[in-house]
Design a protein around this ligand. Structure first.
Ligand code: LMR
Length: 396
């Protein structure tokens, strides 16, 4: 039965991580997968996480299954992070949240729910987007359409192009938005643009689906949900898929959440029961450890303030490296303008390097970027910046 199976294409991000790990050049640099690295090139376990784990080791009394929708207190804190502590949505139960194994599962659960239980058959994603978006939605059975997002010549958002694409969307289509730190371009929408889009989805009866994987990496926990909050005020229904991989540096614990918002608790509860059925027939119920860590930190004032400082440190280090990349290239007399990189937010920088230049960087210099030219700025350190900039100039 298996003889006729052909090989699947290599996965552009995780697949490249395997190639990077197998590369035995000492000077290699990993700027591919979106994982935070500190000043020494390590992906740290946060101090707040270590302390929460110590508490859990002491206090955890069983390893029983969680509910299908995960840990209630984790889901409560997720809603607080999305909508703010004082927002009535948290107490009024017009939002229900399911803990999921990472943001990827949240997206897959949302896609299956929308296809099976609503009139949606198509989803609009940005061009470019995280490569796995298209695969997840297609695997769930949705038709994937692309909206214009980025002008690669001017290195800006092409907002008119975006509006033009979305004018072709029809009622019940889904539109995927990156809540902040757009992956891969790093270019985020302004408040005015979010408002215009929120009105557009409302008027055209489109379902907004938010991928919020980098909350806290652009400006602050609060500011990074400004776009989302505009949609909440304007649109009656939406879904938010969150990831806790980056915020808490909990990549391999697979912590995420799928939150559904509707106008009435009866509607949201019925929809949520279907989300739970989808989860039960997929991974049954989520793993506990990562969500317990998050809930322990968010429920403890001391740990929470340590974590917020650690998050701020990660954000600021990335910003510094972004600026250093631009100035070091300039200092080395690069013949191209890279100053647009300073306009981008979050972990990624869309460098404008071509796939050919990216391959040359990989083969000749041991520097790994995603083929689209996306650089993980969090992989840049004071130790590798010179080597990186010289290699970029050599391949231009
Ligand atoms: C990335 O874009 O590099 C991250 O979201 C990791 C992943 O799973 O692709």
């Amino acid at each position: 039965m298996f003889e006729s199976i052909s090989t699947a294409p290599t996965e552009p991000i995780l697949g490249m991580l395997d190639v990077f790990r197998a590369d035995n050049r000492q000077y290699k640099i990993n700027l591919g997968i979106g994982v935070y690295q500190d000043e020494t090139g390590n992906t740290p376990i946060l101090n707040s996480v270590k302390q929460a784990e110590a508490l859990l080791l002491d206090q955890e009394i069983n390893k029983n299954y969680l509910s299908i929708d995960g840990l209630p207190i984790f889901n409560h804190y997720t809603k607080q992070l999305l909508f703010g502590v004082n927002n009535t949505i948290v107490s009024n139960i017009v939002a229900r949240c399911a803990q999921t194994p990472g943001g990827t599962s949240a997206l897959r659960v949302a896609a299956e729910f929308l296809l099976q239980h609503t009139a949606a058959t198509r989803i609009w994603i940005s061009n470019p987007s995280w490569p796995n978006h298209k695969n997840i939605f297609q695997a769930a059975g949705l038709q994937v359409k692309k909206y214009v997002y980025y002008n690669s010549i001017k290195h800006t958002i092409d907002f008119n192009g975006m509006l033009n694409s979305l004018s072709q969307a029809k009622a019940s289509d889904i539109v995927l938005f990156h809540g902040c730190c757009h992956n891969p371009s790093g270019m985020d929408l302004s408040i005015e643009q979010w408002s215009e889009l929120a009105n557009l989805t409302r008027k055209k009866h489109l379902l907004p689906l938010f991928d919020l994987s980098y909350q806290g990496f652009a400006s602050s926990l609060e500011n990074d949900t400004e776009g989302l909050k505009i949609f909440f005020l304007t649109n009656s229904e939406l879904i938010i898929c969150s990831s806790y991989s980056k915020m808490f540096s909990l990549y391999n614990e697979r912590v995420g959440a799928c939150t559904i918002v509707a106008t009435e608790s009866d509607i949201v509860n019925r929809a949520f029961s279907q989300i739970k059925s989808i989860i039960r027939t997929n991974y049954s119920n989520p793993p506990a450890h990562g969500a317990l860590i998050v809930a322990t930190i968010l429920g403890n004032d001391r740990l929470r303030s340590i974590w917020e400082r650690e998050l701020q440190h990660m954000r600021e280090r990335i910003k510094k490296m972004r600026m250093l990349l631009v100035t070091t290239l300039q200092d080395k007399n690069v013949q191209q303008d890279f100053s647009f990189i300073n306009q981008q937010n979050g972990m990624f920088s869309f460098s404008g390097l071509t796939p050919k230049q990216v391959l040359k960087l990989r083969h000749q210099f041991g520097i790994y970027l995603v083929n689209s030219g996306r650089i993980n700025v969090a992989g840049i350190t004071l130790n590798n910046i010179e080597q990186l900039c010289e290699a970029i100039i050599a391949v231009l």
